[in-house]
Write a protein that binds this ligand. Structure first.
Ligand SMILES: [Mg+2]
Length: 212
């Protein structure tokens, strides 16, 4: 029975693809790189994002790129929204007494603002944001909160999320609502690969003896 859920944020609980793509292309334009369309972004973007920028805009300090990105993100008029089924899933977990956490690479100021703007803060016991390499943080979260890895799930939309779960010795649920295509997520071998969080809930309900 899994009693602890750790969630990624972007692409797992919220849809911020619009402003993220806009901000990425703004950073690319500053440094003379061609813009990406949505599908090219989903194919190419990866975490840790330091590696993505090193590949496309080498030799520019990451801190400069982050500043440009945050400015463009903040200026975007494309809204960030709660993904379909995300709020319902969090309510469902809350009703079962499952402990919920966030582990995200998003910079902390942006994340904290979204947490309040979208009225999601109360679902989480603790949140970890601004984490560039999540593999370096998951062990700390498990230790600090006394989470049994065998009773913990990590939910994410990117290959790095699955790698993070494996690194922490927890099972992974990959969702197709975010930044990565099916093929790449499948190759990373998550424990479950689902269209969205509603599909996860359905699986969980059907196999209640070992999943929830
Ligand atoms: Mg994500």
């Amino acid at each position: 029975m899994f009693v602890n859920y750790i969630f990624d944020w972007s692409g797992t609980l919220v849809d911020d693809m619009g402003p993220t793509l806009e901000a990425t292309n703004a950073v690319f334009a500053i440094h003379g790189c061609p813009a990406m369309d949505r599908e090219a972004f989903r194919t190419n973007f990866r975490l840790p994002y330091s590696e993505f920028y090193e590949e496309h805009i080498p030799h520019v300090p990451l801190a400069h790129l982050e500043t440009d990105f945050r400015t463009a993100f903040a200026n975007s008029e494309v809204p960030v929204t709660v993904l379909p089924h995300a709020r319902e899933t969090l309510e469902w977990t809350q009703a079962q007494g499952i402990r919920c956490f966030i582990l995200t690479s998003m910079d902390s100021a942006t994340f904290e603002a979204q947490l309040d703007d979208l009225s999601l803060r109360h679902f989480f016991e603790s949140t970890y944001s601004g984490v560039i390499d999540k593999r370096e943080m998951i062990g700390h979260i498990l230790d600090r909160h006394g989470l049994d890895p065998t009773k913990t799930l990590y939910f994410g939309d990117m290959v790095h999320d699955i790698e993070t779960a494996k690194h922490g010795g927890v099972r992974s649920v990959a969702v197709l609502t975010g930044y990565t295509h099916h093929h790449a997520l499948h190759e990373a071998q998550p424990d479950w690969l689902v269209d969205d969080l509603a599909a996860f809930r359905n699986i969980s309900l059907q196999t209640s003896t070992n999943l929830s």
